[in-house]
Every structure is written in structure tokens, then in C-alpha cells.
Design a protein around this ligand. Structure first.
Ligand SMILES: Nc1ncnc2c1ncn2[C@@H]1O[C@H](COP(=O)(O)OP(=O)(O)OP(=O)(O)O)[C@@H](O)[C@H]1O
Ligand SMILES: [Mg+2]
Length: 334
């Protein structure tokens, strides 16, 4: 069979991790993700955090330059942290470090990354394969490039479930259809048998999200996952992520150059500039009362895109299910 990129390490799952349909992780207590933790509390907190990034530095050996100069944040179950900043500021490299997929020549040269309390330094490729999907998963821009055009989209999710969650063929199909419904695709049975060329960008991104959550990860990294979508569909996919977070306790890292995206989903935000965190804190505070000139500039630049609308109403609207009038309804079934 043609290799399926979904089972190759990113949107993947490990055996024995599936939670029966309908059961949900209890909501986790909320706390600020960027607030330093007192040493006395540290060990207990480390157990609760699903992700802890501490003073991570990333170096490019090819250019002999340090690109990321000490990024820190923690994420408890159900929390969402945003990473914003201009192109080239190190957002994707930070995510790739967390996922263990830094490009060639790049390495974490200082600091630590813990996923569910486990230091990732020194993980073997086999351990990484197990961790990715089952514990941490990712969705990037350009969903079509992660899907095989010659296989139905549903069968590719079922493949993830068979390979990573050990489901048998029929159970995998059933579960894949449930996942398609969970990401608010209407007529999931029909969508299951469709091919990438038959589906819109928004629908493909939902399919990627379905694959990414198939094995019930605790952390989902969405790196510019909605950037290529039109504004309405983007808002719907973000709403879906917020809903998954609420219902399942999924923790999110949302990377975007677009502050409005982060304002809609995240409680906390890191502002990166040239590989440095210039400001971090609660999203409302950072975006309403930015203290760093660079953040102020970003906010000014984004005002034309309706940031205020999200800041004022976004949180209240986040749980609203407007899937019935989304792209899934308009152009899914042809
Ligand atoms: N594969 C690579 N090879 C060489 N340099 C790279 C590679 N990936 C990233 N870089 C460099 O590292 C720096 C940070 O890149 P990164 O992709 O993390 O930026 P970003 O904040 O995600 O930007 P964007 O908003 O454009 O996605 C940039 O200067 C970039 O040129
Ligand atoms: Mg990037």
C-alpha cells in the first residue's frame, strides 16, 4: 500500500489508548500556563502538566546560529497556549522541537522539554513513534499534503486506528466515522468514502484533526492550521478545537501569526520575536494591554482584521455549535 503519512509519526496513535466513544476526560483545573511555579509545588505540577518547555534553545549547526533563545511554557490538561510572532520568529521550530522533528542541522542545545512528565531528551525513535499520536499530535497547514489522494479519506483514518490503536477493520471503520462526525462533518458515512479532490480545504483540515485525535492524544499542536482557510471556515475550525478542548481536556498549542486566531482560542499567549519571548501572559491582558512595544505593534497591525471582535465576543462564542451552516454543509457532498 502507498505509505500513509498519517501513520508515519505526526497524526498518529499508539495501541491501547482509545477511549470508548462518548466517554470524556474530566475537565482539568485551569491555571496560567506562563506563571512560574514555586519549587515546592514543582514536582506535583510536573505530574499534572502534559507539556513543560523550559528555557529551550535551538541552534542551527549549518549557520552556527542560535535561532530560539530560551522559550518556556507549561500546559495543563485542557489549557490552550498561543504562540504568536512574525514570520521567522521561531514558532514552528519550537513546535518541531516539542515533536522531536527538528530539521537537519537543528538541535535543542539547552533547556528541557517534558511531555506528561517525561523528558524527551534521549528518546529512541521507537519511543518517539509511540509518543506521537498517543500523547502528542500535530496539525499543520496544507492538509492535502498529509493525505493520500488515491485512498478515501475515511480509510486513511481507519488505517491510523488499525496501526496505532490496534483496532480491527470493522471497528476502525466505525470509529473513523465517529471521528468524522466528532469534527462536525455532516454525513460522515458519505465523507468516509470520498477522496481529497472532492473535499474543501476546511473539510480536509477537519479530517486531519480527526486523524490527529484518533488515538486520543493529550496535547494537540496546531501550527498555522487554519491559515489557508477563509475567515468563516477558519472560525469554525477554531471553534471545533475549543470544543474538543472543553469536552475532552485536550491541551492545545496554537501557533499563528494572526492574533485574532489566538484571541479566539487561547487563555495564554507567548509573543516571540527573533527567537525570544518578549512578552507572555493571559491572552486578554497581553492583547488588550500589551506591555512590550513589539506586541503593541503586532496588535496595531491586526486591528484591521477585527481583533476587537474576537476579544470582545470570542470567548462567549467559543462553545457555540454553528456546524450546521459551515462548509461541511455547503460543499462536502458532491
Ligand atoms: N529547515 C530549515 N532550514 C534552514 N533554516 C530554517 C529551517 N526551518 C526554519 N529555519 C529558520 O529558522 C528561523 C525560524 O523559523 P520558523 O520556521 O520557526 O519560523 P516561524 O516563526 O514558524 O515563521 P512562519 O510564521 O513563517 O511560519 C527562520 O529564520 C528560518 O529561516
Ligand atoms: Mg511557522
Amino acid at each position: 500500500m502507498t505509505p500513509n503519512r498519517l501513520t508515519g509519526g505526526l497524526a498518529v496513535a499508539a495501541p491501547g489508548t482509545e477511549r470508548p466513544a462518548g466517554t470524556e476526560r474530566p475537565p482539568a483545573p485551569r491555571r496560567p500556563v506562563t506563571t512560574p511555579v514555586e519549587p515546592t509545588e514543582a514536582s506535583a505540577q510536573a505530574v499534572r502538566d502534559v507539556l513543560a518547555v523550559r528555557d529551550v534553545r535551538i541552534r542551527d549547526a549549518a549557520s552556527d546560529r542560535e535561532i530560539v533563545h530560551g522559550v518556556s511554557f507549561t500546559l495543563a490538561p485542557g489549557q490552550a497556549v498561543g504562540i504568536v510572532g512574525e514570520s521567522g520568529s521561531g514558532k514552528t521550530l519550537t513546535c518541531r522541537a516539542v515533536l522531536g522533528i527538528l530539521p537537519e542541522h537543528f538541535a535543542v542545545t539547552a533547556g528541557s522539554i517534558e511531555i506528561t512528565g517525561r523528558d524527551i531528551a534521549g528518546l529512541t525513535p521507537a519511543q518517539w513513534t509511540e509518543l506521537r499520536g498517543s500523547t502528542i499530535s500535530a496539525v499543520f497547514q496544507d492538509p492535502a499534503s498529509y493525505l493520500n489522494p488515491s485512498l478515501s479519506v475515511g480509510s486513511q483514518i481507519a488505517e491510523v486506528l488499525r496501526v496505532k490503536a490496534g483496532l480491527r477493520r470493522r471497528a476502525a471503520r466505525r470509529r473513523a466515522v465517529e471521528l468524522l462526525a466528532a469534527v462536525r462533518l455532516r454525513e460522515p458515512e458519505l465523507v468516509y468514502d470520498q477522496y481529497t479532490y472532492e473535499l474543501s480545504g476546511g473539510m480536509l483540515q477537519r479530517i486531519l484533526i480527526a486523524a490527529a485525535i484518533a488515538a486520543d492524544p493529550q496535547v494537540l499542536i496546531a501550527d498555522e492550521a487554519t491559515t489557508a482557510l477563509d475567515v468563516t471556515v477558519q472560525a469554525e475550525v477554531l471553534d471545533l478545537l475549543a470544543d474538543l478542548r472543553e469536552r475532552t481536556g485536550l491541551a492545545l498549542v496554537v501557533v499563528s501569526h494572526d492574533l485574532a486566531v489566538v484571541a479566539q482560542v487561547c487563555d495564554e499567549v507567548l509573543v516571540l520575536r527573533d527567537g525570544e519571548v518578549v512578552e507572555s501572559g493571559p491572552t486578554e491582558r497581553v492583547l488588550h494591554e500589551p506591555s512590550h512595544p513589539y506586541t503593541r505593534m503586532l496588535v496595531r497591525e491586526h486591528e484591521q482584521y477585527g481583533l476587537e471582535r474576537f476579544l470582545d465576543a470570542g470567548k462567549d462564542d467559543a462553545g457555540k455549535d454553528d456546524a450546521g451552516k459551515d462548509d461541511g454543509g455547503k460543499d462536502d457532498v458532491r
